[in-house]
Structure formats: structure tokens, C-alpha cells
Design a protein around this ligand. Sequence first.
Ligand code: F6R
Length: 610
Amino acid sequence: MCGIVGAIAGRDVVPVLVEGLKRLEYRGYDSAGLAVIDDGGQVRRVRRTGRVAEMEAAARAEGLAATLGIGHTRWATHGGVTEPNAHPHISHGVALVHNGIIENHEAQRERLTALGYAFESQTDTEVIAHLIHHHLGRGLDLLGALQATTRELEGAYALAAISRDAPDRMVCARMGCPLLIGLGEGENFIASDVSAIVQATRRVIFLEEGDTAEVTREAVRVFDAEGTQTVRREHLSDVSLASLELGPHRHFMQKEIHEQPRALGDTLEAIIDAAGFGPALFGAEAAEVFDGVTGVQILACGTSYYAGLVARYWIEAIADLPCSVEIASEYRYRRAVANPDHLVVTISQSGETLDTMEALKYAKSLGHARTLSICNVPESAIPRASRLVFYTRAGAEIGVASTKAFTTQLVGLFALAATLAKGRGRLTAEDEAAYVESLRHLPGSVQHALNLEPQIAGWAERFASRQHALFLGRGVHYPIALEGALKLKEISYVHAEAYPAGELKHGPLALVDADMPVVVIAPKDSLLEKVKSNMQEVRARGGELFVFTDADSRFGPSEGVHVIRTPRHVGVLSPIVHTIPVQLLAYHTALARGTDVDKPRNLAKSVTVE
Ligand code: F6R
């Protein structure tokens, strides 16, 4: 969703801001803009709907150059996709960018209108620019005016502001949306995401909830929610530039699908090195947190929620613990019954999905103190709010559709199931050794599945001309059917639904005819014979089957039944391997339909609003 970048330097910062905004494009946006204080001390602004490149061309045409500036990519919430609604917003020489939503903006708008302020946009953001100007008029300096403003705001925000009356500084604030400060040599930066500034510096300070800060070329002063000056730890970001670049690939999604053997290998490293499972994988406090756990509650959204659904099978079967999985946006608004002996596990690639964060806060308010986050972004909000964390080491995921994050989340969740089982005396030494051995082979098995790409691309041609598709799976592979349907609909816009195959005759079978392709995840597990019967039900209604099975199933093609074999059955880790073909099917179908694979319409990478 929205992105922020700011810079103050001894050089022209416009190229830095533009490059930063380009690196934030992956998050999803519909307009972009930047504002600078030029050499003449004036605020100059360029905004455009559409791509950052269009805004960049406009900035170049206007000859914009400055040593201080802020930029923004906007994903519309309040007010349509128009230039007046794009950020930065300006009030009498104060320029401001904002991520998040101001809930009391209507009341503030009325108050500011009564004070004589005229509004140019329909956004909730514009009130903040006017409020800062209003407080400057009371004799406060820029930071003081920002702090006075944040005390009057309700909602979530990351803010950055500059003023023509203070051309040697930027100020910023964080509440509910991520914001960090990048430290350079004689130059400093502000960003909502480290990828926006990694080309300039890797030294970063993550602001905490309620923090405000003042940033000059030489110094950074951070104040906590009470307004007391404080010190926040400096981190060295390990986001690699290579992970932010496309290289020889056509799309980030394709690159990230193919990175999975590496991503899984990196995520597995600690388990393989230790030759086993144990609380140490989840943090220093894990032994204490896991001790006496009697159940697991998983909370997540979208693809991460599907990872949770797979985990339920593992946690119940391997650790013998009850496990519920719930969509975070549902959990946070219902009267849930908490059991303090249950472990609450949030799963999030970005670590900043608002619904998941709020569900975690709600769980904690109900008395859940045992919290674990499975996350791909170090130092993001959700792991910081959790006692334990397992970082997936997928590397930056740029494609909006999650791929390598999902399979690496599954590794973390499998390790959790095995660790809980071990702690409860439910894991024999032989089983542990066998699981570690299967994990060791996992990157290779995934590579074999990736090698099926040409065959899968052949199928995709046929899906590209369809309006609908059905995905079926049973047991631990049912969530993979859900994931396959989600991937197909979000990037190719082919309507797809997933069902547990046994549910077919309870309704969806009515949809099946010769025009309905039915994808079946059918590995050789204990449910294969049941799945075969479900496939007969489809064939008997003229439905065309596209079956992903593994080499051991001895299941062959026949009329109306197309089969692609993944490598030999990999036991409990089979859902990870079977994810690869459904990702590739979605990717190649989208390719054949010519959609914007990495930036599907209406979607954002990181959903930081409700
Ligand atoms: C689908 C997808 C989304 C995310 C969801 C949660 O491909 O990417 O469904 O999985 O928005 O995001 P995170 O995992 O960042 O919390």
C-alpha cells in the first residue's frame, strides 16, 4: 500500500526520492508525488496519477532539484485516484506525506474549516498538513507542531513533513504504520520500508509506536510517545539489492517462484545445523512459552492463512495438540474465548498486515501471553509485538502474489509442530531424524517440481481461455487447492474456487460441465483412493481433469484426464512440493492472458488498512 521516502543531503535528493518510490512500487499504489524545498526556499511539488515514471518525467521537465524532499506512493482509501488527492499535501509552505487512516478527520476538517483553512482534496490526510501549519502559527517549531498535531489525531499513521520555514530538517511520526530512519554520512533518510533507501544506506533505526523524530543532515533526535527524547537501536539491514532487482526474469513472481529452493534452504539452515527441532529455533524465551501449551490458535490473512490451515494438520497429527485457524479480520471482531495455555501464532509475510496485527493485539487483550510470529520481514510490527518469532528467510518478496513466503512459512510451521511434539514427548528419535532428512531433501524436491514448468505452461494455455476453474484437494492438500485457486484468481482474473474433494457432491458438482476445468491435487497419500472416486464424479459429468500427482501414485492420463507427476512422494512435506505446480499454473495462465502479473489490479502487497 502507500509508501513514504524522505531525504536530506548535501546533494540533489530528487533522484534518491524517485528511486526510493520506484522500489516501493511493488507494494501497490495508484498515484505518486514528491515535494522539495528548492534553493530559493520555496516548496515545489509534482504529483501524478499512474506510475512513478510519469511523475519522474514531470519532475524532470520542471527541472526539480533540491537537497531536502519527501515522496509518496498512494493507494487510494479516502477520495478517488486524482491528482489533488495524491500526496504530498501542502498547507502554507508545509508539505506532508501520510500512510494509514485518520479516523477523526471529519471532526478535524470541520474545526480547521472554521479556522479558515480551505481544503483542496477529499483525503483524510490534508487535515494533518493544516494542523501542523496551525500549530506552527502558535509559535511551535516544526517538531513541536508535529507533536501537537499527533496528539490530536486518532487512527493509524506514518508521517513525514517538511516546511519552507525550516529548510534544514524533516520531521516524522509513527503510530500503527511502519516508519524508519536511514543513517548516511552527512545525509539522512526517512522511509516506510527499508527497500526504499537501501541504495543509499543499510544503517536504519526503526521507530516505535508513538515516536516522533527530527532529522537533519547531521543528526537524528527521536522522542517517545510521552515526548521524552530517547535512543532507538541502530540495525544493519540485510535486504540485498539483488532481491529487489528482476535480473533475467520477466516478472518478480517468476523470479520468486524459482528462488524457492534457495529460500527453503536458507530457512531450513538452523534446523539442519542443529540436526533437529527445539525451542531455540523460536527465540530465547521459547522453552518457557511452549511449556504447558495445551493448544494452538493461528491467526493470519490470505495466503498466510492457508499456510495456517496446512499447519493445523501437522500440529494435530504430529504434536497431538488441538489447533484452530482463523482469518484475522474475523477473529478481531468477535467475542472469542481465550485460553491462556494456548499458543497464539500469527503468520505474515510483511509483518505489517493491519488485520493480523489487530487480531494479535486483541488476543493479547483477552489474556493470551504466549505469542509467536512467523514472519519474513525482520523488525516489522507483528514480530515486535510477539514474544517469539521464527523468521522465514525467503528474502524480499516483491511480487504482490505471495509465493516463496508461503512455502517458507510452511517450513517454520512444520518446525513448530515437530518442536511442540518433541516437548510433549510425542516425537521419537527415529521420526525426528526422518523429518530432518526429508527437510534436507526438500529444496531438491522443489527443484524437481520447478522443472515441470514447460508441461504446466502447456496446460496454462487452456486455462487462459476459461472463465472459471475448480480446485480440489483432500486433507493436508486441501489448503494447497485453496492457495492454487487464490493465485489463479488474483493474477489471471480467472474466477476460481477450491473445495475439499469430498464436498463436491454437496453442491459444487452442479457447476461441473465440459467448460469447467477441474484441478486436482492428488498425491499418493492415504486419501488418494477417495480423491480418485471424486475425480470419477467429475468425469461422469463431462468435466475435464487436470491432476497433479506424484510419481508413486501410478496414476495415468486417460480421456479427459490430464496428469502431471511431481517427484516421488515426500511424505508429510508433500503440500510444500505440490504448491509449486499451482503457482506455476497461475503464473503461466496470467502470462497467456497478458495481465500485470506483479501488480494485479486493485491489490497491494502489504495491506496496512482495514
Ligand atoms: C496472496 C497474498 C495475500 C497475503 C495477505 C497477507 O497472494 O499475498 O493474500 O498473503 O495479504 O499478507 P501478509 O502475509 O503480509 O500478512
